[in-house]
Write a protein that binds this ligand. Structure first.
Ligand code: GMT
Length: 377
């Protein structure tokens, strides 16, 4: 199949999912065209089936806001015609589903039929898309998609609750390539760079936005380190980083916390980790938690959104109410203070992650593409 993928090329979860999906489709022999404003961070262009087309938005002094949707839909029309693309898969409703629909209509006027699949990822529904300024356009473009998927049952229910969506939403969860997350002894990332042998390694990875409740991460770690020799790895970049750094200063724990910024070595950092913290306000799925579990790292998370679909209470980790840092810290300490218990949780986390193996999830997408192409034949 010839598939076009539109996504955000940044470190965010939706871009990661879209990129890993495209890479696996290419490995399976499909021709994949990424169409976005810069090269997705995890995209390696070494596969002859992978193509990347950059969307340029020409600067013009009249424009206070650059019309990205317009440039994207024009690029889509050109690429679909040039490469005979059979199906369009847009990730994140805003503005991709809207731009995709415009491209579809332009192509239709030239007699070209292009099925469009929209995958809802989370904040496009729960935070941004729900804003009254966007809501009519988001509702319209979801309803006009040929097929709609969401990354969890929870997000599907949220979409129906918040929007007047008539379309059937299919749940296709986030996935993980299990074998990729093995410790590479040749890597420059060694455990000794992070902690001493007697210290436990605790990790948080996110885009450091408010929704991630970064101050809770620091508070939980502060309680843990009072009882367990440990270090905290803070991986990612975003507006809450400064607050977190200041908190570490105030609590006098900055020698126990490493801020990495954005990293391409997260699988290595995770492979050395003993525990993962994700106390988010909401999380449609929690890809970062799954990435941790795939490295055999138990997860202490909040119980909001789709997190209970990924992290299982008392098995792969623990889930607490949003903001209950005391409960989260207690659970963390209970896992970390007993080596046998920690080992059990690590094994369980890996076993659960295997349920989301890319090889199990990929046929769901391939089947969807086939159905979408068939629809217009
Ligand atoms: O978590 C973020 O803020 C990034 C965001 C994104 O759209 O890139 O992640 C969302 O999509 C991921 C992939 O489907 C999900 O695993 C994340 O849970 C979801 N984030 C939220 O719902 C906050």
């Amino acid at each position: 199949m010839k598939i076009a993928i539109v996504c955000y090329p940044t470190f965010g979860g939706s871009g990661v999912v879209a990129t890993e999906l495209g890479l696996e489709l290419a490995r399976r022999g499909h021709e994949v065209h990424f169409i976005t404003y810069s090269q997705p961070v995890r995209l390696a262009l070494l596969n002859p089936n992978i193509h990347y087309h950059e969307v340029h938005v020409p600067e013009y002094p009249l424009f206070h806001y650059q019309p990205y949707e317009l440039a994207l839909s024009s690029k889509l029309v050109d690429m679909v015609k040039l490469h005979k693309i059979e199906v369009l898969h847009v990730h994140y409703a805003i503005p991709h589903a809207y731009a995709g629909y415009m491209a579809k209509q332009m192509l239709k006027s030239e007699g070209i039929k292009l099925p469009m699949i929209t995958t809802l990822h989370g904040t496009d529904i729960t935070l941004v898309g729900n804003h009254p300024f966007y809501k009519p356009a988001v509702t319209f473009s979801i309803n006009k998609s040929d097929y709609v998927t969401s990354v969890s049952q929870s997000l599907k229910e949220e979409t129906y609750r918040l929007f007047d969506v008539k379309k059937e939403i299919e749940v296709i969860p986030n996935f993980i390539e299990i074998d990729k997350n093995k410790i590479d002894e040749n890597s420059s990332c060694h455990r000794s760079l992070m902690a001493t042998q007697d210290q436990k390694i605790i990790t948080h990875i996110s885009n450091f936005r408010k929704v991630k409740r970064i101050p809770d991460v620091i508070k939980i770690f502060n309680e843990i380190q009072k009882q367990i020799p440990s270090k905290l790895m803070m991986v990612g970049e975003g507006p809450e980083r400064e607050i977190a750094e200041r908190m570490c200063d105030d609590l006098k724990i900055n020698d126990k916390v490493i801020f990495f910024g954005n990293s391409n070595e997260i699988d290595k950092i995770l492979s050395y980790s003993d525990l993962f913290l994700l106390p988010s306000e909401t999380e449609s799925f929690g890809l970062a938690a799954l990435e941790a579990m795939a490295c055999g790292v138990p997860v202490i998370s909040s119980n909001s959104g789709g997190l209970p679909e990924v992290n299982k209470q008392g098995y792969s980790g623990y889930l607490s109410d949003v903001g209950d840092v005391e409960d989260m810290a207690q659970h963390a300490i209970s896992i970390l203070s007993d080596d046998a218990e920690l080992l059990k949780f690590k094994k369980n986390a890996l076993a659960l992650a295997k349920e989301f193996d890319i090889l199990k999830i990929m046929p769901l997408y391939e089947n969807l593409y086939l159905r979408a192409i068939e629809k217009y034949k």
